[in-house]
Design a protein around this ligand. Structure first.
Ligand code: PTJ
Length: 243
């Protein structure tokens, strides 16, 4: 870990970088994850390194959709496993939803390391891709678990690549993503895009689901029906342009 005093103005950002670097050392995160993270940081800067209204609205709807889903699934890659392992597990317990490892840069070793890492952090069950696969996609991400992503109706898949998002949609699934870049293909193709840093989003999403479950008051159908992802993405772009 970098020796950074808490008073450093970029303390959180530097600590988050450390988690990614640590993920690589542990064999969880792909080296490409560093590049993806850097790209994310640039967009985070542009949205003010805070959770904006457009993200809060998307988190709200995502919480509703996850509660309402019959077979929700959380897809985990090398970056999210390194950044937010405990929160992924909390989310899976509170919804409840299964966890499935699904990575872009093929590596059986890394898949197993991510699974072990999640179990070490408290997960009871972690699915790995097996005999099922998605059509219309050539990357490693086409391989999915037949009891997980294959049979799911709602997929929570943060830091995704556009191809799989499109393939999941074609297979009739609802896709919720978290992506700091509102212009990415994933952001554009998902049903719900939370334009925010995953490290800020996760506690808010968990809290929202908890609130909705306790209050038993939300009307998922209405909330989801009134949601327009294109509008949310435009709000994010407007915020960036105003800088
Ligand atoms: O572990 P693997 O092999 O599955 O690889 C994972 C990465 C993330 C390397 C892989 O999926 C990839 O290359 O992703 P992309 O296509 O670079 O897309 C990642 C997206 O996530 C980009 O649009 C980034 O802006 C965004 N992003 C990066 N860090 C964060 C983020 N969004 C939210 N929070 C972040 N911390």
């Amino acid at each position: 870990m970098t020796d950074v005093p808490k008073s450093h103005p970029r303390y959180i950002s530097l600590r988050t970088r450390d988690l990614i670097v640590d993920g690589i050392k542990k064999g969880i995160t792909s080296e490409h994850g560093l590049i993806a993270h850097g790209r994310g940081e640039a967009f985070d800067y542009l949205i003010g390194e805070k959770t904006n209204d457009f993200a809060v609205k998307a988190i709200d709807v995502a919480a509703s959709l996850l509660i309402k889903a019959k077979h929700p699934i959380i897809s985990v890659n090398g970056n999210t496993a390194a950044l937010i392992p405990k929160e992924l597990i909390k989310l899976s317990k509170i919804i409840p939803a299964k966890l499935e490892v699904n990575i872009f840069h093929a590596s059986k070793q890394r898949e197993n390391n991510i699974k072990k890492h999640l179990i070490k952090n408290g997960a009871k069950e972690v699915l790995l891709p097996n005999k099922s696969y998605l059509k219309n996609i050539d990357s490693n991400r086409r391989f999915v678990n037949k009891n997980g992503i294959a049979e799911s109706d709602v997929v929570f898949v943060p830091l995704e690549d556009g191809d799989r998002c499109e393939a999941l949609r074609k297979r009739g699934k609802k896709v919720i993503t978290v992506d700091l870049n509102p212009l990415s293909r994933t952001s554009q193709k998902a049903n719900i895009t939370i334009v925010d840093n995953i490290v800020r989003t996760m506690p808010l999403l968990i809290k929202k689901i908890d609130q909705y479950k306790k209050l038993n008051k939300n009307n998922p159908k209405k909330i989801i029906k009134n949601y327009n992802n294109k509008k949310i993405l435009n709000e994010a772009l407007k915020a960036i342009k105003k800088l």
